[in-house]
Design a protein around this ligand. Structure first.
Ligand code: NAD
Ligand code: TYD
Length: 360
């Protein structure tokens, strides 16, 4: 049975990936989820699978060398899928240090522990061991409005402390591959949306605020462009890259789904109106009048757009969910998980799980 070490599996993409993998492989795999449970980590995201005997949760910080070495020493890990990171650009502008700590140092610890566990005396690596580093298209910087795409060969030009720290972590992975021939891949994905996304990011924030009749903050002129991908498509891409990709390669993941932020907000408002029943009191709250232009984000990247040609040609991956369907699925999920949203926004979930797992 293949054993996966997933870092950051209690976060948005990590928890979707774990759900995806158990749906696909069921009892053929074992997953060990290492997560520090920061504000973004929520074990409620994994409630459905937490009692599986092929799933283990370990509360640990990826910067903690001893804890991570122990996980490798106690388990024969075949695959690492490294999600754990500080992930929100606005937070990185306010508190850059923790981004360097977790994203750069934490990745160095993960690489070092995996190398120590997998390296043979002659400097080669045990067979069929693979490390996948999950990264972002933001490392490539910003595109102009009128054209161009991010390719795997596009030079890195990060602007925010978040993207700079992710670029640093990517460079470390590249250095390990170049120096030690360490068996790894990097994926650089565009903006994700879907179930379990923390409501500080644009799409869940707009859904959550609109349903409560709260203002919908639009940074700058609202015309910044992001290339949106439904999270399950990302989970599938990660699995396919790890199983079918060429080792040591980088793959860009995205779905040619560019939209201006203001367009996204209008689509969400229209879809909410369409999906809410007439007798739901929230229907009257959802209104374009809530749209509020606010001061622009510092160093705000104008446009991101991925060219997914390589992953399509080499691996046959393509996104399956179009934005119209993906946003409906996401909104339906938020309708069905009001309690989740309430807990996440109140912070109660952290206390609940600290008590449950005696992790305080
Ligand atoms: P998230 O913020 O929702 O989750 C991050 C998870 O990592 C949380 O569970 C958190 O508790 C955990 N974590 C944070 N610091 C940790 C530490 N020091 N030790 C152990 N665990 C720690 O993030 P996400 O949106 O799910 O993103 C996951 C990964 O995917 C990140 O590496 C991010 O850069 C990358 N990515 C995200 C997007 C996106 O649109 N969200 C797009 C492309 C790539
Ligand atoms: P975000 O979801 O934070 O992702 P990222 O910055 O990593 O792309 O933001 C997506 C876009 O939405 C980005 O251009 C900033 C903008 N934005 C707003 O206009 N208002 C908001 O309240 C938020 C959170 C983001």
């Amino acid at each position: 049975m293949r054993t996966y070490l997933v870092t950051g599996g209690a976060g948005f993409i990590g928890s979707n990936y774990i759900h995806y993998m158990f749906k696909k492989y069921d009892k053929e795999i074992r997953i060990i989820n290492v997560d520090a449970l920061t504000y973004a980590g929520n074990l409620e995201n994994l409630k459905d699978i937490e009692k599986r005997d092929n799933y283990t949760f370990v509360k640990a910080d990826i910067c903690d060398k001893e804890a991570i070495s122990r996980v490798f020493a106690e388990n024969d890990i075949d695959r690492v899928v490294h999600f754990a990171a500080e992930s929100h650009v606005d937070r990185s502008i306010k508190h850059p240090e923790v981004f360097v700590q977790t994203n750069v140092l934490g990745t160095a610890v993960m690489l070092n522990c995996a190398k120590a566990a997998w390296e043979l005396p002659d400097g080669s690596f045990k067979a069929d061991k693979k490390f996948l580093h999950v990264s972002t298209d933001e490392v490539y910087g910003s595109l102009s409005e009128d054209g161009g795409y991010f390719y795997e060969t596009t030079p890195y030009a990060p602007h925010s402390p978040y993207s700079a720290s992710k670029a640093g972590s990517d460079m470390l992975v590249k250095a390990y591959m170049d120096t030690y021939h360490f068996p790894a891949n990097i994926t650089n994905c565009s903006n994700n949306y879907g179930p379990y996304q923390f409501p500080e990011k644009l799409i869940p924030l707009i859904i959550n605020n609109a349903l409560q009749g709260k203002k919908l903050p639009v940074y700058g002129d609202g015309r910044n462009v992001r290339d949106w991908l439904y999270v399950e498509d990302h989970a599938k891409a990660i699995d396919m890259v790890q199983e079918k990709g060429r080792l040591f390669e980088t793959y860009n993941v995205g779905g040619h789904n560019e939209k201006q932020n203001i367009e996204i907000i209008h689509i969400i408002l229209d879809t909410l109106q369409e999906m809410l029943p007439d007798d739901d009191p929230r229907k009257a709250l959802v209104s374009e009048d809530l749209i509020t232009y606010v001061e622009d984000r510092k160093g705000h990247d104008r446009r991101y757009a991925i060219a997914p040609d390589k992953i399509k040609a080499e691996i046959g991956w393509e996104p399956e969910t179009c934005f119209k369907d993906g946003i409906k699925k996401t909104i339906a999920w938020f309708f069905e998980h009001e309690e989740w949203l309430k807990n996440v926004t109140s912070g109660d979930y952290q206390k609940y799980y600290e008590d449950m797992y005696h992790t305080k």
